[in-house]
Design a protein around this ligand. Sequence first.
Ligand code: GLP
Length: 260
Amino acid sequence: MKVLILPDAQAAIARAAEIVARTVTAKPDAVLGLATGGTMLPLYEALAQRHNDDGLSFAQTTSFNLDEYIGLAPDHPCSYHHYMQEAFFRHVDIDPLRTHLPKGDAADPRAASHDYEALIEAAGGIDLQLLGIGQNGHIGFNEPTASLGSRTRVKTLTESTRRANQRYFSSFDETPRYAITTGVATILSSRKCLLIATGESKAEAVANMVEGPVSAACPASALQFHARATVILDEAAASALKFTDYYENVHPEGRDSVFE
Ligand code: GLP
C-alpha cells in the first residue's frame, strides 16, 4: 500500500485531485469509481475548479458510485444521487448518461444490486476507485464483518454508521437502515484504488486498515491485498500509524517515490 502523508487536509485533497486529473488526462474515457461523504466534497470542488480553470474534461469518462441508501428516490435531498449532482456532476461536463449510482428506490433492491455489478463489468471495470473510510473501517457501506469476497448487494447499516450519517437527516429514525453497496471484492477488482482520510476521527480506522491484520472486522484492511492502492492522509488521520517514518522516507511530503 502506498501511504502518502500530507501536512493538512487541504494539501491531501490537492494531492488526490492531482492523481484524478492525471488519470483522466492520460485516459479521457476512464471509468471512475466515485465516493460520497464529507471528505470527498473538497475533492469534487477541486476537480470542478480544474475543469473551469484548466479545461480538465470528464466528457468521455464513465462513473459508478459506491453506494446508495435504500428507500431514497434520486431527487431526495439526502440521497447520494442528489449529493453527486450538487457536489460534482452539475459543475463539470460529464455525460449524465454515463453516470451511475445504485437504484436505492428499486422495487427489488437485490435484483438492482446484481444489475449494477453487471453494468460495472460491461463497462470494462473501474480504472480508478475513489474511497473514503468510515470511523469503523467501512469502505462503501461494507460494514465490519462484511465478506471480503462480496459483490454489490444490500447491506444493513450499523448503528454507529447511522449515527455518523444522522447529521444529514432530520433525526436518527429518519436515517436509512439499508443501502446497496458495491462489495469489497468489487472494490478490489478496480485497477487502482485511491483512499482519502482526513482528521483525527479516522486515525484508528486508518491504522487498522494500513497496519492491522487483514480482517473483515476492518473491511478497508482488504486493500492490503490490492497491488495498486494509494492512501492519502493528513497528519491527523495518520497519527495512529506506527511506520510513519518509513512512509515519509519513501514519499517525502506525499510526493511520488524516486522509482515512480
Ligand atoms: C459514508 C459512505 C462512505 C464514506 C464514509 C465516510 O458512510 N458510504 O463511502 O467513505 O461515509 O464519510 P465522511 O467522509 O463523511 O467521513
